[in-house]
Design a protein around this ligand. Structure first.
Ligand code: F0G
Length: 468
């Protein structure tokens, strides 16, 4: 293989390599997942991460402005010997690492630091834009004209945005009724062909893969290895915001497991290049209602095992789900997934970073979502799973109260307006009736609106009663 970037099967016994331009979402030889791989010796990479700071002075150039492409030397798949491929950007990655002292104290980090990495500040309102910038760049290299994805909402919103910006067609597979309103609105507004499938995300994922193969659609889900190249940059920006120091923990919600896989790859590569001297520990947080990773790792002891993952154990688990008619069910609809496509890459990331998996119930997610918004920008439900997970790990004593912890806040508060309105406006009994939650305790951070007459005296009375 003459190029410095190529695609490679993750299975150590196969490790087949393929051209960087090929459109593949699985290894044609053995069916396993693919990585984008680099011959680093043939690439020019900086000697220090602080080298990337030079780009800040050139923010008027779109590629230096992009929070993905200002790190382009670390995802240099788009270069060929003869031409410089035009990289795709819509201004993604202008995100914030927010040091939240109050929330940190609230969850038990007395001497440590809690940082929230707000990926909801991306153009489409979620972390997905990082991956789409890279995957659409590859789609253009491959000459694709029609992009497709299955989605719980954010992938489709992001894909639809990039497709609209590039004049490409977007085809979206969603589970009917399984998508938050803000996200559905984005998909429809952008003009993407939106298929509401009578089924859930796992059905939609299977069908979009089959349809893409049959019709030659360019698949934008995170089985596309280029998506994960873009999502590595979330971790570069975390390091950048910490003055290039490595935190102790990265805590991330787990759905299809693309982020955790990408973060692991990012740190493995940075360590290989000598750009960091230690790896943070990654904690992946499932919702209790979509706990495949937690079940397989914590109950079943599944591990990467040098690439020889016990696939029979995984098949047995999926067989049990099918036999018992068990479907993912959580109010954190973004992570309502029972068959995570990146399972194996996530196991690799967990092994490399001495990572852990935890699960949190929907009540905790809802409470933590409200609490996040009490001390800074809010987030959507799935994102709050990371903070709920961090709190659990602090309670367990695994995260020490003096650690530096980064929780990835994956999506914007406006994505899912339904839950906060219900959470804050329904009496506890009705909340239990409508959501099936809080049946044995009231919500902790409810902020009920106060109804008043259009009468100044009554309003003054209420405000005087509320004075600090
Ligand atoms: N948080 C949010 C807000 C998400 O939208 C998703 C995934 C995740 C977390 C989970 O990330 O898959 O990398 O483990 N949403 C996908 C979608 C599935 O279709 O929008 P992951």
């Amino acid at each position: 293989m003459g190029e410095w970037a190529f695609q490679r099967c993750i299975h150590p016994d196969c490790a087949a390599t393929f051209d960087i331009d090929a459109v593949l979402t699985a290894c044609p030889k053995c069916g396993d997942l693919l990585d984008v791989a680099y011959d680093w010796d043939r690439l020019e990479t900086p000697a220090r991460l602080s080298w990337f700071e030079e780009r800040w002075a050139r923010r008027t150039r779109p590629l230096d402005f992009s929070g993905v492409w200002r790190f382009r030397e670390l995802l240099a798949f788009a270069r060929t010997k003869t031409t410089e491929m035009p990289l795709v950007t819509v201004g993604e990655g202008q995100t914030l690492l927010y040091h939240n002292v109050r929330l940190g104290r609230e969850i038990g980090l007395s001497g440590g630091q809690l940082h929230l990495q707000y990926e909801g500040f991306n153009p489409s309102g979620s972390f997905k834009d990082n991956g789409m910038a890279a995957a659409f760049t590859h789609a253009r290299m491959a000459g694709a004209t029609r992009a497709a994805c299955a989605s719980t909402g954010n992938t489709s919103a992001s894909m639809a945005l990039y497709a609209a910006a590039l004049g490409m067609k977007a085809v979206i597979f969603i589970g009917s009724g399984k998508i938050a309103y803000g996200k559905l609105a984005q998909a429809l507004d952008s003009g993407g062909l939106t298929l509401q499938i009578r089924g859930d995300f796992d059905d939609a994922m299977r069908l979009v893969q089959e349809a893409s193969t049959r019709l030659g659609l360019y698949l934008m889900n995170s089985v596309n290895p280029f998506r994960l190249e873009g999502q590595k940059t979330i971790m570069y920006r975390v390091l950048e915001a910490l003055g290039w120091e490595v935190p102790d923990w990265i805590v991330v919600p787990g759905g299809n497991l693309g982020n955790s896989s990408a973060f692991g790859k990012a740190f493995i590569e940075l360590a290989h290049l000598g750009l960091i001297d230690r790896l943070p520990r990654i904690a992946v947080i499932n919702s209790t209602g979509a706990r495949t990773l937690s079940a397989l790792v914590n109950d079943g002891g599944l591990s990467w095992n040098a690439g020889h993952v016990d696939e029979e154990a995984v098949s047995r688990y999926y067989g049990r789900l099918d036999r018992d008619g068990l479907r993912a069910h959580t109010l954190a609809s973004a992570i309502e997934i029972n068959r995570p496509v990146n399972l194996k890459k996530c196991l690799r990331a967990l092994e490399a970073t001495d990572g852990v998996v935890r699960e949190v119930p929907d009540e905790e997610i809802a409470d933590m979502k409200a609490l996040v918004a009490r001390s800074g920008p809010g987030c959507e439900p799935a994102s709050a799973a990371s903070v709920a997970g961090a709190r659990l790990l602090i309670d367990e004593g695994l995260i020490s109260s003096s650690d530096r912890v980064v929780c990835v806040i994956t999506g914007n508060v406006l994505k899912d307006p339904d839950l906060p309105v219900k959470y804050n406006s329904l009496p506890a009994a009705e909340l239990a009736g409508q959501l099936g939650l809080f049946t044995d305790r009231p919500p902790r951070w409810q902020n009920l609106p106060v109804e008043v007459e259009a009468d100044l005296e009554e309003i003054v009375e209420v405000l005087e009663g509320d004075a600090p």
